[in-house]
Structures are given as C-alpha cells and as structure tokens.
Design a binder for this molecule. Structure first.
Ligand SMILES: Nc1ncnc2c1ncn2[C@@H]1O[C@H](COP(=O)(O)OP(=O)(O)OP(=O)(O)O)[C@@H](O)[C@H]1O
Ligand SMILES: [Mg+2]
Length: 236
C-alpha cells in the first residue's frame, strides 16, 4: 500500500481551481520530486496534503482519507511541511526552534538524541545554537526549517523549494543533508523544486505539473532521458 495517494485532487483559493485533478502516489520510504514552472501548482499540491487549502478528490495517508483535516491534525498524523519561505520562529533560538518541532513528543531522551542528530547533520546550527532564528543566514534558516520538521519525527516530509534564494553551494549543501537524512532514516519525502538537478539528487520518482495538471511522471532515470524534460528543467 502507498503511504500517500492523491486521487483526482482539485484545489482552490476562492473561485476557480488551481489544481485540476492531480493524482500521484508515494511509497513508504519513497521520495518523489514535483517539478513545474512558476504557478504550476507545486506549493498548492503540498498545501492540499497538509490541509491548508480547500480540496476535492481523495487524499489518502496510510490508507486514511485526510482531506479537510487541517494542518494541526495532519501534523499529528506525521506529515511535516517545510513551507516555501522556510517557516522558522524568528524570535526563538535555534535550540528552541528544534524543541518546538518536537512539541507533540514525550520521549525526552529520544528528543535529545534527535537534536544531536540534527546538529550533526547541520554543524553550522551547532555554532548558532543560542542565536535567534532571525539572526541566521538564509541557508542556516533553511537548514533549521528542515531540522525542525525532522524533530516532529514525521512519516512524511513535504519540502517546498529548499534551494530558493540560496547560493548554489549552500543549496547543494542543504540537499546533501536532505539526501543523508533520507538514507539514514528512510523518511518519505515529496520534494518541490525548480532546481531539477537538486531534486533529482534526492528522489527516485518525479511528477511534472503544468497549470495544475500532471503532464509527465516516471522514474528519475526515465525523466532524465527525456528531451523535453532535459530542455525544460536540466538546461539542455
Ligand atoms: N493564496 C492564494 N490565493 C489565490 N491564488 C493563489 C494563492 N496561492 C497561489 N495562488 C495561485 O495558484 C496557482 C498555483 O500557485 P502555486 O503557489 O501552487 O504555484 P507553484 O508551482 O508553487 O509556483 P512557484 O514556483 O512560483 O512557487 C497560481 O496561479 C497562483 O497565482
Ligand atoms: Mg511554490
């Protein structure tokens, strides 16, 4: 059974849908990339899953229809959304942000172990552990956003444009950590990216959206072999 399955999902922010019947499925421990131009509906797809936009169709998580549950309940079920623009708590320290990420957990020892794991994954955060999130660089904030989501011990991480606004070397660094996180924890992921090279480094499956519809999907190696995909997303 899939961990996540979208069946004919539409979404709207008011009048008029911006997703027009999206279907996709993600295996437990799998990772799928969602590519597409600006406005294609990538962020909206993640919002549909975490429950912050109105939808129709079915969104099954672990076999249960979660559509309409809202962000608090989807978070409690194990879906961690790292939003576009990062979403750290600016007035809290790095350590506090990590602990807030774990607020639904009671396993104190394991929480401490997971904080240590995050700091091993992102050593820069260790050096800034007492700093306010607001004082971090863009790259450090993105690292903190990923680490904070991990602290919830999710079953599924939704990662939205983690490379946005970062220097190429910083973006690569963030994705190297995400890849390591996958390898070492088996965490399932949906990875939204405009930078297909980075997305392809983490995922084994890719869905391409155009104006709210799935136009291409398949294994990463299959898509890398397609001229249209290479031209649009891999620079030729
Ligand atoms: N809060 C909102 N209210 C109204 N329309 C919105 C809202 N957010 C997004 N839209 C519209 O929904 C469509 C899909 O937007 P979405 O943010 O999902 O695209 P995206 O693929 O994530 O784009 P980008 O690459 O620019 O982040 C766009 O036409 C956008 O203008
Ligand atoms: Mg977006």
């Amino acid at each position: 059974m899939s961990l996540l399955e979208l069946q004919d999902v539409t979404a709207s922010y008011g009048q008029g849908s911006v997703l027009h019947g999206i279907s996709l499925s993600l295996a437990e421990h799998g990772a799928t990339g969602i590519l597409g131009a600006n406005g294609a509906g990538k962020t909206t797809t993640l919002r549909a899953i975490s429950g912050t936009v109105r939808t129709t169709g079915r969104i099954l998580f672990d076999g249960r229809d979660i559509s309409g549950l809202g962000p608090d309940r989807t978070a409690r079920l194990g879906i961690a959304h790292v939003p576009e623009g990062r979403g750290t708590l600016p007035q809290l320290s790095v350590r506090e942000n990590l602990l807030v990420g774990a607020y639904q957990r009671r396993d104190r020892k394991q929480i401490a172990t997971d904080v240590d794991y995050c700091l091993d994954l992102f050593p820069q955060l260790q050096q800034r552990i007492a700093s306010h999130a607001a004082a971090l660089s863009g790259g450090e904030q993105q690292m903190l956003a990923v680490a904070r989501a991990f602290m919830a011990k999710p079953r599924l991480m939704l990662l939205d444009e983690a490379s946005l606004g970062l220097a190429p070397s910083t973006a690569r660094h963030v994705y190297e950590a995400v890849r390591r996180l996958r390898r070492e924890t088996g965490l399932s992921m949906l990875v939204v990216e405009q930078n297909a090279v980075l997305a392809f480094s983490v995922v084994e499956h890719v869905t391409v959206l155009e104006t709210g519809r799935v136009t291409v999907e398949g294994r990463t190696d299959e898509l890398m072999g397609m001229d249209s995909v290479r031209r649009a997303y891999l620079g030729g």
